[in-house]
Design a protein around this ligand. Structure first.
Ligand code: SAH
Length: 216
């Protein structure tokens, strides 16, 4: 019960920094971030900080995850593709709000851990793939939403091809030395974009990684 109270306090703290829609708030209350952070950081799981994962990657701050989730405008959405599964926390939140979540990760040790979490938490509407996410996941396309959980320098054409008509793609974009959270829309086959705010994510890296390098 203490855990439930701490989680609730975290959600209220997010809400004070960034006003949450009621459905998004509910989603955050249903997924305990504690299961997604390395055990050594379990005591920090309900703080509003990003935390290190293995392989020099990061689980985003819950405020960042909240913003990404809300900026995706998920009401009535069927399927979403995430590029950069990492710990799986963002995907787990999305799984509470849409019917099917497809998430791709290029580092196999991270993906294995995320898969274990999804099955332990019985999040059966999350589908995972080990691959370079810059190729998307053609088999289940088109997606009504696409989310980059790492910073891109450009969005490959094949990814826009996998976005459904009327869909939204949200990505941190590298613009010189800045990262800008950017929302792209596909309307009548044409892509338009709007910038939202500065942000900070790890960069997208091409290719896949099976070998573990030294990490925590
Ligand atoms: N959504 C994650 C955030 C992880 S950080 C969470 O909630 O924890 C970004 C992740 O993107 C890292 O795990 C990194 O390995 C992954 N990534 C970077 N480039 C990628 C690529 N080309 N394809 C798939 N995943 C990629």
């Amino acid at each position: 019960m203490i855990q439930a109270r701490e989680l609730h306090q975290m959600v209220e703290a997010i809400d004070r920094q960034f006003k949450l829609d009621s459905k998004v708030k509910e989603a955050f209350c249903k997924v305990n971030r504690k299961y997604f952070v390395p055990p050594v950081f379990a005591h920090l799981a309900n703080q509003l900080e990003a935390l290190p994962l293995a392989q020099s990657q990061w689980i985003s701050s819950p405020v960042t995850v909240a913003k990404m989730t809300q900026y995706l405008e998920l009401d009535g959405v069927d399927s979403i593709l995430e590029i950069g599964c990492g710990s799986g926390y963002q995907a787990a939140i999305l799984s509470q709000l849409v019917r099917r979540v497809f998430t791709v990760e290029r580092i196999d040790v991270l993906l294995k851990e995320a898969r274990n979490r999804f099955s332990q938490l019985e999040l059966y509407n999350i589908f995972t793939r080990f691959d370079d996410g810059l190729r998307g996941w053609k088999e289940y396309a088109p997606y009504e939403r696409i989310l980059f959980s790492a910073t891109a320098t450009e969005i490959p054409e094949t990814i826009f091809d996998q976005l459904a008509e009327g869909g939204i793609l949200l990505a941190p974009m590298q613009e010189g030395s800045l990262q800008i959270l950017t929302r792209f829309y596909k309307r009548h086959g044409r892509i338009t974009s709007e910038t939202i705010e500065p942000c900070f994510f790890v960069p997208i890296v091409e290719g896949t990684q099976r070998e573990a390098t030294r990490g925590i």
